[in-house]
Design a protein around this ligand. Structure first.
Ligand code: SF4
Length: 83
């Protein structure tokens, strides 16, 4: 997956540290920006594919991405076992 979508990210208008918050309030502030980002879906898929551990990507916190990745793995196993 390429990264050309990054040119359209709303985060380009903010300092990078906004998206690498130190606390929950910072996460919420970043997520507010991501909410209206036109490339949020691509951003989230990129972060998941690249196993990016830190920061808010695609409107998801680190914890949310870990949960999503776990859920996708679980579903892949279910589908694999069902076929
Ligand atoms: S979803 Fe958030 S982190 Fe991703 S490109 Fe958009 S503003 Fe940046």
């Amino acid at each position: 997956m390429g990264a050309e979508w990054m040119a359209d990210g709303k985060c380009r208008d903010y300092p990078a540290e906004v998206f690498f918050p130190r606390d929950g309030l910072g996460v919420l502030a970043a997520q507010r920006i991501c909410k209206s980002c036109p490339v949020a879906a691509q951003c989230l898929e990129y972060a998941l594919a690249q196993h990016i551990d830190h920061g808010v990507w695609g409107g998801c916190s680190e914890r949310e991405r870990r949960r999503l990745a776990r859920e996708r793995r679980r579903l892949r196993i279910l589908h694999r076992d069902a076929s």
